[in-house]
Design a protein around this ligand. Structure first.
Ligand code: RP5
Length: 162
């Protein structure tokens, strides 16, 4: 089930985003999807962002998950430099609870899409699941693993509240 070359690139603006973005990493791992995780800051390492976004497709990356907080330009700038689907995760900021991150990521101009997820952990998990859904369109084995993951989730919901 394990894959080798990364198909999903998980990038984040800072190590401080890892506590959120590790949930994308863990979900991709649970689904057996080869991926890589990198710190790439739109503001502090613009050259690294350029290199990452412009070479991702050629390296075999098929979906990019980008998480950032505050003035969260990473997903949009990545999307501006690659035709790959980019899924944006707004990281919860201290000052504005992630509303700044959300609005920075979601309000893209027509022509450069970013699929924006929920703020925080739920967004990171769902970005990984959405990446899995995209890849599963052309990967029947992954589609089966995703179906099984969803079935386990459904079975794990208790009937009783306590
Ligand atoms: C953004 O600024 C990062 O994505 C992070 O969410 C936020 C704060 O970064 P640090 O100051 O914690 O490195 O670029």
């Amino acid at each position: 089930m394990a894959e080798s070359a990364p198909r999903v690139g998980v990038i984040m603006g800072s190590r401080s985003d890892w506590e959120t973005m590790r949930h994308a990493d863990e979900t991709l791992t649970a689904l057996g999807i080869a991926h890589e995780c990198r710190v790439v800051s739109a503001h502090r390492t613009p050259g690294r962002l350029f290199d990452y976004a412009t070479t991702a497709r050629g390296r075999g990356i098929q979906v990019i998950i980008a998480g950032a907080g505050g003035a969260a330009h990473l997903p949009g700038m990545a999307a501006s430099m690659t035709p790959l689907p980019v899924l944006g995760v707004p990281v919860e900021s201290h000052a504005l609870k992630g509303m700044d991150s959300l609005l920075s990521i979601v309000q893209m101009p027509g022509g450069v899409p970013v699929g924006t997820l929920a703020i925080g952990k739920a967004g990171a998990i769902n970005a990984a699941l959405l990446a899995a859904s995209i890849l599963a369109l052309a990967d029947p084995a992954l589609a089966e693993r995703l179906d099984a993951w969803r079935a386990r989730q459904t079975e794990g919901v208790p009937h009783d509240p306590v």
